[in-house]
Design a protein. Structure first.
Length: 136
């Protein structure tokens, strides 16, 4: 299942060269994941209320084309892998007007309790497990 997140670039996210600073792309990925979770009926706040955290274990991001202030990017994302303990998400971002490929990325996550101890989501919360299972 794919999700699409649209985002306009703010002036403060650009650097001296007038392009988005590379560190902001990590934030865009998080915004997109939070959007996805909300659309799935599991906003991150609800996961936390149920004792579930989804820390990022790793990020890979390949930059393909720059974007500047007031551009809009379209981030398409989907779950590449999910086994109840770990989740891998893939992202492809394009610039809305031109269709230029902006970046391709992947994030790796695990599911933990509030003390950051790994959990098996299927045992911890079957309803949430089933919603994540639908992603793959």
């Amino acid at each position: 299942m794919d999700f699409v997140y649209e985002r306009r670039i703010n002036y403060y996210e650009t650097d001296k060269m007038g392009i988005v600073h590379h560190s902001n792309y990590i934030r865009f990925l998080e915004e997109a994941r939070c959007y996805m979770l909300k659309k799935m009926g599991m906003p991150y706040s609800l996961l936390e209320e149920n004792g579930i955290m989804i820390p990022v274990l790793g990020v890979k991001c390949d930059f393909k084309h720059h974007v500047t202030f007031d551009d809009t990017i379209i981030i398409k994302m989907h779950a590449k892998e999910f086994n109840g303990v770990r989740l891998t998400m893939e992202y492809v971002a394009t610039e809305k007007k031109t269709g230029n490929l902006v970046f391709q990325a992947e994030t790796n996550h695990c599911f933990t309790d509030n003390n950051l101890r790994p959990i098996r989501l299927q045992k911890h919360n079957l309803e949430f497990y089933n919603k994540f299972k639908e992603l793959t």
